[in-house]
Write a new protein. Sequence first.
Length: 350
Amino acid sequence: MGQAAVQPRPPLSMGQRVRNWRTVIATANLPRGAEMDAVSKWLLITRAAVFSMTLTSGLIGGLLAISADRDSVQWGYLALAMLGLVLAHAANNMINDYFDVEGGVDDMQYIRTQYAPHPLLSGLISKNRLVAAMLITNALDGAIALYLSWAVGPLVLVFALAGLFISAGYVMKPITLKRRGLGEIGVLIVWGPLMIGGTYYVTAGELPPWVWAACVPYSLVVMSVLIGKHVDKYDIDKAKGIKTLPVVLGYARSIRLNQVVMVSFYAAMAALIATGVYPLWAALTLLAVPRLVQVLGIYNRPKPAEPPPDYPVWPLWYVSAAFFFNKRAGELMVLGLIIGVFLPVYVPWR
């Protein structure tokens, strides 16, 4: 008696696909039991769940430029810069995963493979295809940088090459910033001066000195996310000889450091509002204080032995808390800047 023919699965509906995409972006994982689709696959490979930080940095730079002189804004260049930033972040994530496998950091026992699918170790893509994706993404990003450097000025290439150097050097030998306790500082520079300052320059065609100060608040809360992630990986990184900043400083000091970094966001915002760098509407970020208090409380308590029900990214813990604050603070910063474009109110009054 012959075997029954295997019935092909019906194609995913658009509703199922959108649910997949939303869940991947929110949790870095597919919904439980869901079938993989092509878009979800690439969202996982590029770690799109953390693109919000890059979009926020770019929007801050662009909105600051719009507020400074709306009439001179180059909207097309701003759109290209935002696209370039996302491509650079995607390429950076793929480079990290590839070289961490090649360097013996990522394996099936390492935390990277436990909280979300790893592109290579989970079989989402082959090494050759991942290399091709890295090269294509970097080539597209390079083309955008070259065009903008021609259209706006050569400083664009300085920003782009500095970002590439730090991003690739985060894991690639012989630089390996991650292993030298410098990865966190690299993130501060990339998501602050390079992304915010670079987007301002592309949008406005100039870069006044005050923009460097404007980069500080949000870059701090991006750095707090990486510190939190490295605190979560403290034991295994220490065992592997990976000297992230938490491994260099010690576990307890790193917990306190990250609390100070997150609180410093408000100190920096207060100073920049008081000096007229940010509009008064940026004080909307105070609405994120309850979330900060919640996060500081999480950092004051030991990590639980088991994940809470339906917790999506275990065994990560402290990084999730830092990202929880990062998202709300960044959203409110962007909202305050958007309002400031239409209702420009500054202190000192002007």
